[in-house]
Design a protein around this ligand. Structure first.
Ligand SMILES: [Zn+2]
Length: 282
C-alpha cells in the first residue's frame, strides 16, 4: 500500500480496519467489483481551485456552474484530460441563497425553464449530464422538474440528483420521463477538515462495498483536493473502481435503484454546502 505520512496514514489505516470489521466487503466477495463515482461540483468561478481539482488523477466527474468566468476553459481542460464534464445547474432553494447566473427558479414558466437550461447546457462544452446546485425548492416541484427533464431527454443527457432535500422528486420525474439518473449518497466536505472528509469518504466506500456502487459529491476546496490526492490511490488498491457518472448509469441501466436511507444532516439541508462563500456569489 502506498505510504501516507503521519496523521493521514493513521486515519486511513483506522478507516480500513473499520471497513473490514463492519463486514463491508461483501460486494467484492461476490465477484462484482464495487464502484464509486466522485463528482466535484461548483466549478467555474475560481480558476486556480478548478485546475487543482481537475489535476486529480482518476475518473472524477466535474460539474460546472453555467456562465461563470472559467467554466468553458476548465471544462475543455477536464475533457482533454479524459474527465467527464457535466453542468451544475443552479436551482432555486428555500433558504434564499443567491444562485448566480443561469438559475432555474420557481416563477419561471415552461419556455423560460427550457431556454435557461438549454443555454446553460450550451455554455459548457462536452456536457454528458447535469446535477443540481442547491435546489431544495425546485426539486420538490413535480411540474417544473418535468419541464426540465423533457429538455434532458431531448438532449440525451443524464441527471444526477444532488438530493439537497429529502423530499426531492427530481429523480422520480427523471425516471418517469425516461432520463437516466442516479442519486447522490454522500457529501464529502460539508465541513472543511481532514477528519470530517475522511469520515464521509469512509461512508462512501462502505456504501460502495456493501451495495456495489456509491455516489459522492465534493467541492474544489484545497482540503478536499489534498485529501483525495492521498486517498484515491488507496481506493484502487482496496478493489473499488472509480468510474465516471455516465459509466455507473450505463452499468445500472435497467436495474432497480437501490436506495440507501439518507440521514440529512444540517449541512445537507443547507443545500449541500456549509460555506458562507457561496452567499458571495451573485
Ligand atoms: Zn453546488
Amino acid at each position: 500500500m502506498r505510504k501516507l505520512k503521519g496523521r493521514s496514514f493513521r486515519l486511513f489505516t483506522f478507516g480500513l480496519c473499520w471497513l473490514v470489521a463492519s463486514g463491508a466487503f461483501s460486494a467484492s466477495e461476490t465477484g462484482n467489483q464495487p464502484v464509486i463515482v466522485i463528482v466535484i461540483d461548483d466549478l467555474g468561478d475560481n480558476r486556480k481551485k478548478g485546475i487543482a481539482a481537475i489535476d486529480l488523477d482518476g475518473a472524477i466527474t466535474y460539474a460546472f456552474l453555467p456562465h461563470t468566468p472559467h467554466s468553458k476553459e476548465l471544462a475543455r481542460i477536464a475533457h482533454q484530460k479524459g474527465k467527464e464534464v457535466i453542468l451544475h445547474a443552479p436551482m432555486e432553494n428555500k433558504s434564499g441563497l443567491r444562485l448566480g447566473p443561469g438559475a432555474l427558479e420557481e416563477h419561471h414558466d415552461h419556455q423560460q425553464l427550457k431556454n435557461i437550461l438549454n443555454t446553460g447546457l450550451d455554455s459548457i462544452p462536452y456536457v454528458t449530464g447535469m446535477n443540481n446546485h442547491m435546489g431544495s425548492l425546485l426539486t420538490e416541484d413535480r411540474e417544473k422538474m418535468a419541464e426540465i427533464m423533457q429538455v434532458m431527454r431531448r438532449r440525451n443527457l443524464f441527471f444526477l440528483d444532488s438530493v439537497t432535500t429529502s423530499n426531492t422528486v427530481a429523480w422520480k420525474v427523471a425516471r418517469e420521463v425516461g432520463v437516466p439518473y442516479i442519486l447522490r449518497d454522500t457529501f464529502l466536505d460539508n465541513e472543511r477538515n481532514e477528519e470530517y472528509i475522511h469520515q464521509q469518504f469512509k461512508q462512501a466506500l462502505k456504501v460502495a462495498m456493501s451495495r456495489g456502487y456509491s455516489v459522492a459529491i465534493g467541492h474544489p476546496y484545497p482540503e478536499t483536493v489534498e485529501y483525495l490526492k492521498k486517498a484515491l490511490p488507496i481506493v484502487e488498491e482496496l478493489g473499488v473502481k472509480l468510474i465516471p457518472a455516465s459509466e455507473l448509469i450505463r452499468r445500472r441501466s435497467g436495474k432497480p435503484l437501490l436506495l440507501v436511507e439518507k440521514k440529512l444532516n444540517p449541512c445537507d439541508q443547507f443545500e449541500g454546502h456549509c460555506e458562507s462563500e457561496l452567499t458571495h456569489r451573485h
